[in-house]
Design a protein around this ligand. Sequence first.
Ligand SMILES: C[S@@+](CC[C@H](N)C(=O)[O-])C[C@H]1O[C@@H](n2cnc3c(N)ncnc32)[C@H](O)[C@@H]1O
Length: 410
Amino acid sequence: MRFNAFAHPVIYPKSRVKNLLKTCSKHDYFLQKDGRRIVLELHTEGNSRVYQKVKGKESFFLMERHTFRYPSTRYSGSKRRFLDWIWSNLKDIRFQSVLDVFGGTASVSLLFKIHGKEVHYNDLLKFNQIIGTALVENKKTIVTAADLKNALTFDRKTYPEFIQKEFKSIFYLDNENAWLDKAITEFSQVRDKYKRAILLSALFQACLAKRPFNLFHRANLYIRTNNVHRNFGNKTTWERPFENLVSRYVSEYNKSVFDNSKKNRVIGGYNALDCPNGVDLVYLDPPYFSASSNQGANYFTFYHFLEGLANYDKWPRLLYSPRSKTKKFHEPSEIYEWVQKDRICETFEKLIARFQDNIIVLSYQSDGIPSKEEILLTLKHFKKKVKVFSKTHQYVLSPKVKEELLFVAK
Ligand SMILES: C[S@@+](CC[C@H](N)C(=O)[O-])C[C@H]1O[C@@H](n2cnc3c(N)ncnc32)[C@H](O)[C@@H]1O
């Protein structure tokens, strides 16, 4: 997925913009009024240059152009593949600020950031908030080669052995568990908040990449170690050393850091229904509840290991007791509103009621609970204008064609 992101506005003479326009045909640019700004976007060879004219001021700002690539992720429910489509349905709405209530990998937050919005990021899970800090809040800090080398130099006399002991033969090999104990100790000590966030985010992505199915809901290390024929997964990536994967993801995260001149921030780990507001538009991408299932997607079950890494010091106290096979993390009660069948419809209603004063944009799938019709009914109860867009798609290895939905309610 490629975007054009813009950083560090530079004042550019109006005459230059006019000259450039003379060389373009009408198809090469568009002018858009966006609140107080007039935005002129020029398309050149697939890239864009954006000039902004702030009303009342004569200067145009040339926003530096660089090709943007959202860092890769194997996170369940990530909207990364739908970003262009989502934006094509939102680009004509006037709004300055947005709250991404179920932020996850921050892919949609980044989409809004790229388009010059003030972005507030929220997610119940701490490891996701760290990713939000690295990508949404961070304006300019990157992890240099020297920073990375320092963080990967394990020169303390002793290191904790929590993962080695507690997670033996569950998710990773012994030497990998020992490496994780050292890496998380070093990364957590990095003083700069944004460098730390990039390093930790890269570590989380590396952990996902080395897991069969990219999840932590089963103690299934044997899938990696058994000598059997497989027609799924990526054995080469599973066996790649953590260190290599972390370096790769740090480089990806570094490339995604930019400033859109707005005060973007991670507001925290609020339960969606209690999330502070104060923005024009809310984007809702709640956990998915498939109609063919008895449980909604439980992100704590899926990713408790990453949540443990994000809370490394407290991890021993947060483990379930009695302990499950996967050594699950103690789950906050808020998660159950989204995973229990008898509560899910009421939770959706509460969510929409909570944000009834905002422009609401909601992502969901057509074969879920509640159904498309039920969601439309609830939105229409609170909002005058409601539209729904849909896009069919297919996951790799799945024969089923899915329909992604985007509700826009004003
Ligand atoms: C479908 S995912 C969002 C994916 C995200 N839009 C992306 O592109 O990566 C749902 C997210 O909701 C979060 N979540 C689950 N229950 C929550 C709650 N009660 N309040 C806030 N966030 C919650 C999960 O941690 C998960 O990241």
